[in-house]
Design a protein around this ligand. Structure first.
Ligand code: GUN
Length: 294
């Protein structure tokens, strides 16, 4: 068997064309273009590339882009002061703080300061809680993008055994909740999991998000599985590759994503989609007040 490709780039381009159309309709009817503020702290080279892509695409979709590049030495207090200003700015509908942050800043505390209605990453406890309770509002971008890719196969997901490798707040945990909401039977594996290969061998759907270059071997894959590779690792030659040994896995899977060109472009498309959604939530009658209690 040679797997069919799940084309994340094409899927993202379709979504972005749709978003561009909706933004243009909004603007033509006299409403402002939704604004997205992207904050980068420090000089992490990978983050600089990701943030550059996010900002470029925000502009080309007709959304307003607000860029904040802060020094590595920025204090947590200074970062939170900026977020407070953006929370109060009606031209800013979405706020994204690129992760990871420098070690002296507590990312969870910073995330909790973002207005949940502007939390386009979907990582605020309010939005995570909504997802946990099967009533999602703003959903984490990468898992949401993976669900769009899974649905693009046309396969029925109900009752399938989905295995997620990785338990991060950004991908693994919300991914498991998304799959559960799609009525999959879900297993979450992590660094203390015993017999990972054996569990992967039972997966109808595999989402690899542990961040280890080509860790998942081809012979682990259940024949006919759908394989979604969230990994973004550099080879010693500097090439971008996933957590799955693609060449071997594609001989067993029915569907598979590539790295690059798979999940990555979908994450950015979902961010733009969330920004549009955030603007609509803020205009609507039921914007929540779940901001800091202190
Ligand atoms: N760093 C890597 N992925 C992400 C993401 O989806 N959101 C944020 N804020 N930072 C990231």
């Amino acid at each position: 068997m040679t797997a069919r490709m799940i084309d994340g780039k094409a899927c993202a381009q379709r979504l972005i064309a749709e978003i561009r159309e909706r933004v243009s309709t909004r603007v033509a009817s006299g409403r402002p273009a939704p604004g997205l503020a992207v904050i980068l702290v420090g000089n992490n080279p990978a983050s600089q590339i990701y943030v550059g892509n996010k900002r470029k695409l925000t502009d080309t979709t007709g959304l307003r882009s607000f860029s904040y590049d802060l020094a590595e030495t920025t204090s947590q207090q200074e970062l939170i002061a900026l977020i407070d200003r953006l929370n109060a700015d009606s031209a800013v509908n979405g706020i994204l703080v690129q992760l990871p942050l420098p070690k002296h800043i507590d990312a969870d505390s910073v995330t909790e300061c973002i207005d949940p209605n502007k939390d386009v990453d979907g990582l605020h406890p309010y939005n995570m809680g909504r997802l946990l309770l099967k009533r999602p509002v703003l959903r984490p971008c990468t898992p949401q993008g993976c669900m769009v890719l899974l649905r693009s196969t046309g396969e029925d997901l109900v009752g399938k055994h989905a295995v997620v490798i990785g338990q991060s707040n950004i991908v693994g945990r919300p991914m498991a909740l998304e799959l559960l909401m799609a009525r999959c039977t879900v297993t979450v594996c992590h660094s203390a999991t015993r017999d990972l290969a054996g569990i992967v061998g039972t997966a109808d759907i595999l989402v690899a998000a542990m961040g280890k270059l080509r860790f998942v071997q081809g012979q682990w894959i259940k024949p006919g599985a759908i394989v979604i590779d969230v990994g973004t690792n550099r080879t010693p030659e500097g090439k971008l590759r996933g957590d799955v040994d693609f060449d071997a896995a594609k001989e067993r899977a029915a569907w598979i994503t590539s790295v690059p060109g798979g999940v990555g472009p979908m994450t950015v498309a979902m961010l733009l989609s969330n920004t549009l959604k955030a603007a609509e939530i803020q205009e609507g009658p039921v914007a929540v007040d779940a901001s800091r209690s202190s």
